[in-house]
Design a protein around this ligand. Structure first.
Ligand code: HT7
Ligand code: ZN
Length: 849
């Protein structure tokens, strides 16, 4: 497969200043007439090579003259005009495409009755011939011409024309005044319901807010609209960024490869990331809707007004925008809880990615298929890198750097280095070494040791680096505590920039506990050997909220990892101790309490244990620990569960959501302990629930109980299906619960269910994503890998982007037990023989290297 390399980047030979598209939609075929104003951008005149894929070319003209067939060459992926005029000229093309048979969901495709687009990263070339690269920015006008059955015709920018033609067709014209690359183009056509609202910007401009859904979802967008207003106001307040068009449009689409897309002025959302009512969205889903609405909206500046020069710079927009949406959530909700959840997510998913075969730097040096690089490294680690910049230079200088960035590069396509340059200029700090975070992959491991040094101590940090890597520059804020938890020194703004460096403090080493990397300032793994009682001191006394939580986290991870090798109930004592202390104060901060008693994902234990571990044993050890905790703490938990009875009416978020989450975690401990005393309360809560969160929580607890008593889980599934099968998002939830708790046979049966379809990414993820990531007993059972592989082989043809994502759990076999590794390699080799797409071939190829 062809590899694209950053080192080979060259500015385009041609630029496009203006684009005029006419998109004529008819059932079965769509015609696109494109007029491109081209300008020579190279010193020597070069052929014009346009990108395209799956296009039927009808005509090509230059300056109004149709070209002879020998004046241009069309291949499967290019159209080359061999001798274009020097300087400036107009190119007109007409092509035909078939959105109805587009199953890849890239380019123009159909979701139900609605036509919609997804052009990032390289989908626009599936619509018409173009210079489909992010450093070609043009001013666009679009005419959509469609049958009267599709009255809603949307594109980017402002609506400038709207008519019904003599033959009854609809024609709508759009004009976008801001230059943009092709990946930000969008078009939607259908019969949609509009919900509208307004926002007045800080400078007094009125903006229409338009949210479009299919008829059945029209009542599910209030929360999204409120979130748009919050996001607009927040970006003005926090980053000085105003919205810049007359209308901001959002469309909800049921078939979508990812969460949402920030097309200029026309954001397209997966229904799962925009629709929210108490009956269709859990508390977590509400928070996700708010965050993703924010994320896509914030892209209007960090991504759209200032975009990426090439796809290697993807984190320039994604890392920065994730950082921005995390701050948005932190400001709207609980900052400490948001930080804990984000770090937990990073450790679970990004650390695992960085330890696996698809590990790559925040700015990759090469790729085979760019769609494979929309990863937790680009997004979440990229956001951590931006956060480190803020920590290193301070909040005010970071804001000055971001102002400079938006001002200097407005309307341009730039690089990660350009971003750091702005931070460097605004702060006056030398960030040369810091840039290694963009080019060096892997999670840095930092060994911390404390040794006596005269009457004080020396705290030494050692960076363990991969072969050939140079040390990172990172913030390492620390505080010092005495062995009894008394604060000795706070706010030590240490920074690391060498392989080894040490700091002297006056406290004797036998009475010193260091609270290291406070707030998880640097995205690293810290190795600081403390015993459980020392960690317990920090878990009680650390004034840094994140590190207080993290001390407890380390207690759990170490105990669980030890328990995998030796099921000694005594190992559970420190966890019980931690949970006891947390529950004693649950009323003060139920959200934080929930974070303390939420056990980490299995992958963090696998990471702790290193090589040759059976993931099923890790899961079983975790379940045994939960069961033991449930037995030991039952008497403490019972009254708390009563105190956490549901409050009506349902409100998403806040204290209510925290209490629901805590209830679910505690009830699961009892369920693991096979404590049937909660059965009646569980049934009552499920039947009486006025919201999805409680229904799902009850099903989760019943799913755990199903081990020894399957009937309650089964009857909840039946009731839920009968009540909610008309809602696709709830059918997804119904599939997810079964994929999580079912055995291998049950999961095989799900794939045969009439409502299962690999063609809908949400449904495919609901079964395959959950089964492979959250149900190790079924996944590692005989036939589990093959079950996934069969689906991946089929997706390789119909939707390779999704296939390449779903196969990833099978590629993480490096540290599994020998027989599991051998089976995984065997199945991957089989897949390697049949898969044809660049997407799947890249992921599988790397896993087999
Ligand atoms: N920037 C968007 C990325 C995206 C995407 C990428 C590849 C294929 C399909 C896609 N849909 C959306 C989403 C975002 O980060 O905001
Ligand atoms: Zn994004």
């Amino acid at each position: 497969t062809a590899v694209t390399r950053l080192a080979d980047y060259r500015a385009p030979d041609w630029l496009i200043s203006q684009v005029a598209l006419t998109v004529t939609i008819n059932d079965g075929e769509t015609e696109i007439a494109a007029t491109l104003e081209l300008a020579q951008n190279s010193a020597d005149l070069q052929p014009l090579v346009l990108d395209g894929e799956g296009l039927e070319t009808l005509s090509v003209a230059i300056d109004g003259v149709i070209l002879d067939a020998d004046a241009y060459v069309v291949t499967a992926t290019t159209l080359t005009v061999l001798t274009p005029p020097a300087g400036h000229f107009t190119l007109q093309t007409r092509v035909r495409i078939k959105p109805e048979s587009n199953t890849q969901l890239e380019g123009l495709y159909k979701s139900g009755d609605m036509y919609c687009t997804q052009c990032e990263a390289e989908g626009f070339r599936r619509i018409t011939w173009f210079l489909d690269r992010p450093d070609v920015l043009a001013i666009w006008t679009v005419r959509i011409d469609a049958p009267a059955s599709m009255p809603t015709l949307l594109s980017n920018g402002n609506r400038v024309g709207d008519r019904t033609t003599a033959d009854g067709r609809r024609q709508v014209d759009w004009s976008d005044p801001h230059p943009k690359p092709a990946y930000l183009f969008a078009l939607v056509a259908g019969d949609l319901v509009l919900r509208n609202d307004r926002f007045t910007t800080a400078s007094g401009r009125e903006v229409d807010l338009h949210v479009y859904t299919r008829q059945a979802d029209a009542d599910k967008v209030d929360f999204a609209i409120a979130s748009i207003k919050q996001a607009m106001a927040w970006d003005e307040r926090r980053f000085g960024r105003e919205y810049d068009l007359d209308v901001f449009q959002v469309v909800a689409v049921g078939d979508f490869n990812m969460g949402a897309m920030e097309n200029k002025g026309l954001n397209i959302f997966n229904t799962s990331c925009v629709l929210a009512t108490p009956d269709v969205a859990t508390d977590d889903a509400y928070e996700r809707v708010e965050a993703i609405i924010g994320h896509e909206y914030f892209h209007n500046w960090s991504g759209n007004r200032v975009t990426c020069r090439d796809w290697f710079q993807l984190s320039l927009k994604e890392g920065f925008t994730v950082y921005r949406d995390a701050e948005f959530t932190a400001d709207l909700r609980s900052r400490p809880v948001k930080r804990i959840q984000d770090v937990d997510f990073l450790r679970t998913h990004q650390f695992a990615e960085d330890a696996g075969p698809t590990s790559h730097p925040v700015r990759p040096a090469e790729y085979e298929e760019i769609s494979n690089f929309y990863t937790v490294t680009i997004y979440e680690k990229g956001a951590e890198v931006v956060r480190m910049l803020e920590t290193l230079i301070g909040r005010d200088q970071f804001r000055a750097g971001s102002d400079l960035y938006f001002e200097r590069f407005d309307g341009q396509a730039v690089t990660c280095d350009d971003f750091v340059d702005c931070m460097q200029q605004a702060s006056g700090r030398d960030l040369t070494q810091f840039r290694r975070w963009y080019s060096q992959n892997g999670t840095p491991h930092i060994n911390v040791s404390v040794a006596a040094d005269g009457d004080g101590s020396r705290i030494t940090f050692r960076q363990q680096l991969r072969d050939g890597q140079a040390p990172f520059h990172m913030p390492m804020p620390c505080s010092l505590y005495a062995a009894d938890g008394a604060l000795l020194e706070q706010g030590l703004s240490w920074e690391l920039d060498q392989v080894e460096q040490s700091f002297r403090v006056n406290q004797p080493s036998d009475d010193l506990l260091v609270s290291v990397n406070q707030g998880f300032a640097a995205p690293v793994r810290i190795h600081y050997a403390l015993d459980a009682s020392q960690r317990d001191v920090l878990a009680r006394h650390d004034l840094d909220g994140f590190n207080r939580w993290d001390a407890g986290r380390q207690i759990v991870i170490e105990a669980w990892a030890a328990y995998v090798g030796n099921a000694d109930a005594g190992l559970i004592d420190p966890i019980e101790h931690l949970f006891d202390a947390a529950l004693a104060q649950f009323e003060q901060d139920p959200a934080l309490t929930a974070e303390i008693i939420r056990l980490p994902d299995d992958s963090q234990i696998l990471d702790e244990l290193g090589a040759d571990v059976d993931p099923v044993r890790v899961r079983q050890a975790g379940d045994a620990i939960r069961a033991e905790l449930g037995r030991r703490m039952g008497e403490l938990i019972q009254p708390i569960l009563l105190a956490l009875e549901p409050v009506k009416p349902y409100q998403p978020g806040g204290d209510q959501a925290a209490k629901r989450s805590l209830w679910c975690l505690l009830a699961q401990l009892l369920a693991h302990a096979a404590d049937d005393s909660i059965a009646d309360a569980l049934t009552r809560r499920f039947v009486g629930a006025d919201n999805l969160t409680d229904r799902m929580n009850c099903m989760t607890v019943a799913g755990v109980m199903a081990r020894h008593n399957p009937s309650m889980f089964q009857s909840m599934l039946t009731i839920f299906h009968a009540d909610w099968q008309h809602e696709p998002l709830l059918l997804d939830q119904w599939f997810q619960q079964q994929a999580r708790f079912g055995d291998f046979d049950a999961i095989s049966a799900l794939l045969e269910h009439a409502d299962f379809s690999l063609g809908n990414p949400n449904r495919a993820r609901s079964v395959l994503g959950v089964f492979t990531r959250a149900n190790p007993e079924a996944f590692h059972a005989p036939g589990g890998y093959e079950l996934l592989a069969g689906c991946v082989a089929s997706l390789d043809v119909s939707n390779p982007q999704i296939g390449a994502r779903l196969v990833i759990p099978l590629t993480r076999y490096k540290n599994w037990s020998t027989s599991q590794r051998e089976r995984a390699i065997h199945v991957l080799k089989g897949l390697d023989k049949v898969c044809q797409s660049a997407d799947c071939r890249e992921v599988i190829g790397k896993a087999l290297k």
